[in-house]
Design a protein around this ligand. Structure first.
Ligand SMILES: Cc1ncc(COP(=O)(O)O)c(C=O)c1O
Ligand SMILES: [Zn+2]
Length: 416
């Protein structure tokens, strides 16, 4: 908290003290945490960061958290892997995969939720809650358990079974709502007004949003203190895109990296829910709501709260926005698994599809330093694969095995 100044309205600039509020009283704009970058210069350095723990908490000087209240489940410093095999298939020599699906609850959501839960403890809340497209609720339930808080998670009743099963193991109260995420979100906003709960992505949204900045810091540090040429980032509410950009800007602001002048952000959505892509490609920052119909359920937000801010980040970075065809998502989850041994969820499939498209359109050149963000783990969306498994069925006898293997090889030869 050393460097936190206040909360500022992104709409009109009105300033507020740091409290669990999320909209401006004057213009209803969202609030954002502001920092005293001047004081950070020379005090927060590459060395001071490297001396921190191997988690997101190494970036505590950039976060609105009092160290006495940290709720830590070991989030962050996930692998940034040079993707030589996938790069070769796509004709890229400098492609990296940020594998954030290996966080404690298997998605990047542990970043925003660690910050919010810590802040909720500091504010003295006893109840933690969220409205989720699937990954957030697992993270909130885990952090709630760790923080000894009563926890409620709300979600549309069409989510993947694995996400619900995982979440239930942390023993929160699970509420499956009829309708879409956007219906659930409307209901939870009303609920939040009537309860003194820390709703991580409603009244605590300003703190929640800050957590995603750590992905920006981390890739810059892992790339030996530089920003990449391209970031391909999945979007639902649009917050992650905006905050990776804010992270890179902040590092540059205090002199930890050079200004990210050559960094382009590329926003990725699935065709069945691409309101931000549509707005961006129509040359407007006014995002029109859509009704989601996509297998990328984690990205199925039809009314993205931070859509216009994500577009602003794309414009500032001379970036792009692309929708992945639904059919390509499964194909590209498999491509990444087959080439790099990384198993990502549908949001990651969307990112690889968009990466391919950008290469095809020459928007990413052969030697460009490129980072593709895998934000969730493939184990969470297994059900999309159930009828595509080609296994050899045999008895554990040498003769039977050899015969079956031969049959299998012949079959794969015929089908390829
Ligand atoms: C796996 C995954 N990736 C990306 C996102 C997009 O995050 P944001 O809402 O910040 O755009 C989500 C959101 O739930 C997600 O679950
Ligand atoms: Zn305002």
């Amino acid at each position: 908290m050393k460097y936190v100044q206040n909360m500022v309205c992104l709409g009109c600039g009105e300033q507020y003290p740091v409290e669990p509020i999320n909209v401006c009283e004057m213009c209803f704009g969202p609030l954002e945490i502001s920092y005293d970058y001047m004081s950070m210069k020379n005090k927060v350095t590459r060395e001071s960061i490297q001396n921190g723990p191997p988690t997101i908490w190494r970036y505590i000087d950039f976060l609105p958290v009092n160290p006495d209240f940290i709720v830590d489940i070991g989030t962050g410093m996930t692998p940034l892997i040079k993707a030589k095999n996938l790069g070769k298939e796509l004709g890229l020599t400098n492609l990296y995969i940020k594998n954030d699906g290996v966080n404690p609850t298997f998605s990047f959501k542990d970043r925003p939720v660690s910050i919010t839960t810590s802040k909720a403890k500091e504010f003295g809340f006893e109840v933690l809650a969220c409205v989720s497209t699937g990954n957030l609720m697992g993270s909130v339930a885990a952090h709630g358990a760790r923080a000894n808080m009563e926890t409620y998670v709300f979600y549309p009743n069409t989510l993947e079974k694995a996400k619900i099963l995982q979440t239930s193991s942390y023993a929160p109260t699970l509420i499956a709502l009829e309708g879409t995420y956007d219906d659930a979100n409307r209901f939870c906003t009303e609920l939040s007004d009537n309860n003194n709960w820390a709703f991580v992505n409603i009244n605590m949204r300003a703190f929640y949003a800050e957590g995603s900045k750590t992905l920006g810091y981390e890739i810059a540090e892992q790339l030996d203190w530089q920003a990449p040429d391209h970031c391909i980032i999945p979007a639902a509410s649009g917050e992650l895109v905006t905050k990776i950009w804010k992270g890179l800007q902040e590092f540059s602001e205090i002199g930890i990296i050079s200004p990210p002048e050559n960094t382009q952000l590329h926003l990725a959505q699935a065709e069945g829910c691409s309101p931000i892509v549509q707005a961006f490609n129509n040359g407007t920052s006014e995002v029109k709501p859509v009704k989601p119909n996509t297998i990328a359920k984690s990205l199925a937000i039809g009314t993205p709260a931070s859509g216009s801010f994500a577009i602003e980040s794309l414009n500032q970075s001379h970036g792009t926005a692309t929708a992945a065809s639904e059919a390509s998502i499964i194909e590209n989850i498999k491509l990444l698994a087959r080439t790099e041994g990384i198993y990502t969820e549908t949001a990651g499939g969307v990112v690889i599809s968009v990466l391919q498209e950008l290469v095809k359109q020459n928007k990413i050149q052969k030697d460009d330093l490129t980072v593709a963000f895998m934000t969730g783990n493939g184990l969470k969306t297994q059900e999309i694969f159930t009828d595509t498994i080609a296994e050899i069925k045999t008895s554990p006898k040498l003769k039977d095995f050899e015969k079956s293997l031969l049959e299998h090889k012949n079959k794969t030869l015929v089908s390829t």
